[in-house]
Design a protein around this ligand. Structure first.
Ligand code: NAD
Length: 484
């Protein structure tokens, strides 16, 4: 096994799964660095039997964990948060090495991931039930909120740390126990996070992280009777499959799925601010975020000025290895991701769009791609319908507010939308009309642990972050006390 990472604490690079409080499994599946193609480490390929063992370890840990005082759970989460922050440099180095994003973004993701652990360490102590007016004078109605049970979580590669803590922290804060299956591209960050949870004193079985083939593990997660919640972040197609599979045992299925975010620039907008927002919303993580601006709509009178300014800002993007100073754009995750960007560009070109900038694989080779700007995009192009998940900024022109709202909503997705305007009436009208779970107004960055993150329509049915983020992991139990 190669060990190319200069970690302060090399023992954070785990190559075994975390199951029942121990690191187990034979490391066989290679994990490669997308910037160099180099093998970083190997991790186990656990089967359905091991997934069942992990669910059972979580089930066994559930009662004692849920009976602990909220304050005790909170203290362990707080220690975990402190360890994540103390080890942020190492975690970011592991993250960039297996995922590709620039180191500065990886550090930002570790802080963001840790912020959920901090928030839910605090929230653990604030979960409360209620009493309601009774229908009888000799009776009382109370509602308890109790932890749901074992949570099975499946997470994607684009945010290898944050997509895990956003589910795990609220779940264990309220007394649930969890089994996580991270994406095969990025298991090392997940295992390093688990190692730190172990060091923080999380009891055996409360958190389990297993790697291996997705389909058999997914089958166990969606059919094992002990699993009460399936939490999934990833593509809409896999989310639908898991929802179908979970129907057999009527589990809660909390889905955070794909997006197709509109980014609208009205003619009254501050164009410089809109360009800055577009760069952040489009090119962060090389365009591989679920809330990435996928369709940029610009009102016709300002289209030329906006495109000129956006092109100038894009000139400053620097493609390279995420570990090199100054890099703003790392490699895409796989060659399949590159092919998807190429297909969207080719389709748009064939239907009359124009490439202003980029449009090709980068001269660095591998999965590096040039930041690309296209204009003349229309609703009949593939890019209007599907998430590109890459560094392509497609600009559509529009005339009226009603027209752009209709175009923005003309999709089965409903995760994030953005718009720029300085007209207060328009801000309320458009914000209320956009069919999205999240709307960024005069901002291209909206993610925070303090707000409920999630989508509507085929983008999902769940919310992560804020006090809303514990809801998936709590049951309501109604008590009627008679004879009073
Ligand atoms: P993906 O759906 O291919 O994979 C996500 C996870 O599901 C991985 O761990 C994968 O191994 C697993 N998986 C795949 N097939 C499975 C099966 N049959 N059974 C069980 N598990 C299975 O998605 P991806 O390519 O890793 O991630 C990108 C997608 O995730 C994009 O659509 C993006 O928009 C979405 N995403 C959404 C959010 C959100 O919060 N809404 C956040 C990040 C990413």
């Amino acid at each position: 096994m190669k060990m190319p990472l200069a970690l302060h604490d090399p023992s954070l690079l785990r190559n075994q799964c975390y199951l029942g409080g121990a690191f187990v499994g034979e490391p066989v599946e290679p994990v490669d660095n997308p910037a160099t193609g180099e093998e970083l480490a190997r991790v186990p390929a656990l089967d359905a039997k091991a997934a069942t063992a992990a669910v059972e370890a979580a089930a066994q840990a559930f009662k004692p964990w849920s009976r602990r005082l909220a304050k005790e759970r909170s203290s362990i989460l707080r220690r975990w948060f402190d360890l994540l922050i103390a080890n942020r440099d190492d975690l970011a180095l592991i993250l960039t090495s297996e995922q590709g994003k620039p180191l500065a973004e990886a550090l930002g993701e570790i802080d963001y991931a840790a912020s959920y652990v901090e928030f839910y360490a605090e929230e653990a102590k604030r979960v409360s039930g209620e009493t309601l007016p009774s229908h009888r004078v000799d009776g009382r109605i109370m509602v308890l909120r109790q932890p749901t049970g074992v949570v099975a979580a499946i997470t994607p590669w684009n945010f290898p740390a944050a997509m895990i803590t956003r589910k795990v922290a609220p779940a264990i804060a309220v007394g649930c126990t969890v089994v996580v299956k991270p994406a095969p591209e990025t298991p090392l960050t997940a295992l390093a996070i688990a190692e730190l949870a172990h060091r923080a004193g999380l009891p055996a079985g409360v958190l389990n992280v297993i790697t291996g083939p997705a389909a058999p593990i997914g089958e166990v997660f969606t059919s094992h009777p002990a699993v009460r919640v399936v939490g999934f972040t990833g593509s809409t197609a896999v989310g639908k499959l898991l929802m179908r599979q979970a129907a057999g045992t009527v589990k809660k299925v909390a889905l955070e799925l794909g997006g197709n975010a509109p980014f609208i620039v009205f003619d009254d907008a501050d164009l410089d601010a809109a360009v800055e927002g577009a760069i952040a919303a489009k090119f962060r993580n090389m365009g591989q975020t679920c809330v990435c601006a996928n369709r940029i709509y610009v009102q016709r009178p300002v289209e030329r000025a906006f495109v000129t300014k956006l092109a100038a800002a894009m000139e400053r993007l620097k493609v390279g290895n995420g570990l090199d100073a100054g890099t703003t754009q790392g490699p895409l995750i796989t060659s399949r991701a590159v092919e998807k960007v190429e297909a969207h560009i080719a389709d748009a070109l064939a239907k009359g769009a124009v490439v202003h900038m980029g449009g090709r694989r980068h001269s660095l080779g591998g999965t590096f791609f040039e930041p690309t700007l296209m204009t003349g995009i229309t609703q009949d192009m593939t890019v209007a319908r599907e998430e590109t998940f890459g560094p392509l900024a497609p600009v559509f022109a529009f005339d009226t507010e009603d027209e752009v709202v209709a175009m923005a909503n003309d999709t089965e997705f409903g995760l994030a939308g953005y718009f720029y305007s300085r007209d207060i009436g328009r801000i309320f009208r458009v914000a209320e009309e956009l069919e999205y779970g999240m709307v960024g107004i005069n901002s291209g960055l909206i993610s925070t642990e303090l707000a409920p993150f999630g989508g509507i329509k085929e983008s999902g049915n769940s919310r992560e972050g804020s006090h809303h983020g514990v809801e998936e992991f709590l049951e309501k139990k109604y008590l009627f006390v008679g004879g009073i």
